[in-house]
Structure formats: structure tokens, C-alpha cells
Write a protein that binds this ligand. Structure first.
Ligand SMILES: Cc1cc2nc3c(=O)[nH]c(=O)nc-3n(C[C@H](O)[C@H](O)[C@H](O)COP(=O)(O)OP(=O)(O)OC[C@H]3O[C@@H](n4cnc5c(N)ncnc54)[C@H](O)[C@@H]3O)c2cc1C
Length: 174
């Protein structure tokens, strides 16, 4: 008898779990309270990268926070009325912004992302959307030599996961 599995949440994670369970011979029911693929999975950058193992909470980021908050186009916005609710989470997040936690996250993510393309391949093929996947590189741009130098531990980590990294100059990019 076929076993039946219920997956809750039809974002990319639930959809992939459901797809793989189906391929393994399970009957699958995928439950979504809103519309499939319209939560976080809707608004992302669409990048599939085995080297994207770094956490968002990075060492030294606390130094940038005041500047981010003052910049209307900065990457961090806090709705002050929401701050009391968000504060415990934000503090836990900041406590993880250290080198030890960065390596811990990176090393945990490595095996998860190593076979990323192979895992997506049958699902993508089955959905007939191979044309949506393009295997191209990623360009990281730094504002200054100092910023580039500060990224050394991150670059080391990316190389460790097998990413091929070429250093390019502004002239090369242009
Ligand atoms: C700005 C931004 C850019 C990003 N860029 C990238 C990127 O380039 N590459 C990358 O790999 N990742 C990226 N990410 C991260 C990525 O988008 C998320 O990790 C991913 O979408 C999470 O998928 P999910 O299925 O876990 O969550 P979701 O897509 O949020 O899906 C969860 C689903 O569960 C449903 N749900 C929740 N509770 C219930 C319930 N009780 N009953 C029924 N349904 C329920 C929700 O309605 C939702 O549809 C980005 C994220 C952001 C915010």
C-alpha cells in the first residue's frame, strides 16, 4: 500500500519536498493556506548557488547598523512600533554575528547545498522549465579596496566549498 504524506506550506521548500516524496513513490497532499509560491519564495532573487553558504548575520555587521538605519535606501528598516516584538529575535540574530557562528553555519550549509543542481534537475525537468535555469556566475562588487580586503574570510569560505573565484578589476567589468 502506498504511504500518504502531508506537506504543509507550498513555498519552494514544501514544493520540493512534495516533488521528491512523489518521485519516491509516496502519495502526497500539499497544503497551502494562501496561494502556492506567493510568500517568501515569490520575492527572492532567484539565485541558485552552492557557494551561498554564508549566514546573513556576519561578523562586524553591528558597526554598520546605525548607518543603515539612517539611510532611507539602506538594507535595514525598523518599524519602531514593531520593535518590542522584533527585539528578542534581533538580539539573537546579532549574537550570531561572529566568526565562530559564521563558520558553524557555513559548514552546516555546505553539505546541504553541495548537490543543489542535481537535486533541482529532475523537478525542473518534470515541470518543463529547464529554460528558467541559467548556469552563469555571480559578480560581487566592493566599494573600496578596504571592503574587498575585509571580505577575505568570506572568499576563503567560498573557495572551500569549491567555488571558482576570479578577481576582476573595474576595467574588466566595464
Ligand atoms: C529578499 C530576499 C531575497 C532572497 N534571495 C534568495 C536567492 O536568491 N536564492 C535563494 O536560494 N534564496 C533566497 N532567499 C531566501 C528564500 O527566498 C527562502 O529561503 C525561501 O523562499 C523559503 O522558502 P519556504 O518554502 O521555506 O518559505 P515560503 O516561501 O515562505 O513558504 C512557506 C509557505 O507555507 C505557508 N504556510 C505557513 N504556515 C502554514 C500553515 N499553517 N498552513 C498552511 N500553509 C502554511 C505559507 O503561506 C507559505 O506559502 C531570499 C529571501 C528574501 C527575503
Amino acid at each position: 500500500m502506498k504511504r500518504h504524506v502531508v506537506v504543509v506550506g507550498a513555498g519552494i521548500v514544501g514544493a520540493c519536498c512534495a516533488g521528491w516524496l512523489q518521485r519516491k513513490g509516496f502519495d502526497v497532499t500539499l497544503i497551502e493556506r494562501d496561494r502556492p509560491g506567493e510568500a517568501t519564495s515569490f520575492g527572492n532573487a532567484g539565485s541558485l548557488s552552492p557557494a551561498a553558504i554564508l549566514p546573513v548575520a556576519m561578523p562586524g555587521m553591528h558597526r554598520d547598523i546605525p548607518g543603515w538605519l539612517l539611510d532611507p535606501l539602506g538594507p535595514l528598516t525598523v518599524r519602531w512600533s514593531y520593535l518590542p516584538r522584533a527585539l528578542p529575535w534581533l538580539l539573537r540574530f546579532l549574537l550570531r554575528a561572529n566568526t565562530k557562528a559564521m563558520w558553524h553555519t557555513g559548514n552546516s550549509m555546505r553539505p546541504l547545498l553541495r548537490d543543489l543542481y542535481a537535486c533541482y534537475e529532475p523537478l525542473v525537468k518534470n515541470a518543463g522549465v529547464e529554460d528558467l535555469i541559467r548556469r552563469v556566475g555571480t559578480l560581487y562588487v566592493y566599494d573600496s579596496e578596504a571592503e574587498f580586503a575585509a571580505s577575505a574570510p568570506v572568499e576563503r569560505m567560498r573557495r572551500q566549498v569549491g567555488a571558482r573565484i576570479d578577481d576582476v578589476t573595474p576595467a574588466d567589468i566595464q
